[in-house]
Design a protein around this ligand. Sequence first.
Ligand SMILES: Cc1cc2nc3c(=O)[nH]c(=O)nc-3n(C[C@H](O)[C@H](O)[C@H](O)COP(=O)(O)O)c2cc1C
Length: 135
Amino acid sequence: MDKRKKVSLLDKDILVVYYTYTGKTEVFAKELRAYGIRTLSIDESSVVNEPFILVTPTYSFGEVPKTVLAFLENNSDNLKAVMSSGNRNWGGNFAIAGDIVSKTYGVQLIGKFEMNGNKSDVEKLVSYIKGVDNH
Ligand SMILES: Cc1cc2nc3c(=O)[nH]c(=O)nc-3n(C[C@H](O)[C@H](O)[C@H](O)COP(=O)(O)O)c2cc1C
């Protein structure tokens, strides 16, 4: 089944889970909350028993953070889409964690953003959740 279609059919209240190490993704999540989106900061032992969208930074020369990998090992059944962050200074590895998660789990990569993200990055995810994005 096409998980992208599944997401657009979900209720508009889907949970956004995120990982942050140095706090930049937390700033992004705070902006999402300002739009009324529910968010949850995860660690390796988090358990999420409902559909969710993952927001993850990229670390260690183009890798998905180990904490996120451990989280997904237990929770990937409920993963519906991913958005990733990073820094363009990392060139071809920019926000590549999103590509890896998308490919590994067969879910849509909604987009990539730098550092805290900007208004348009936040609105991209909000639009996706509201189902008005062209997906
Ligand atoms: C050791 C280290 C490795 C990183 N590796 C990458 C990378 O491979 N690709 C990328 O796009 N960003 C990379 N970054 C940048 C982070 O993904 C970026 O700063 C992100 O916004 C951090 O999110 P956080 O503050 O929520 O942890 C790296 C940062 C550090 C400190």
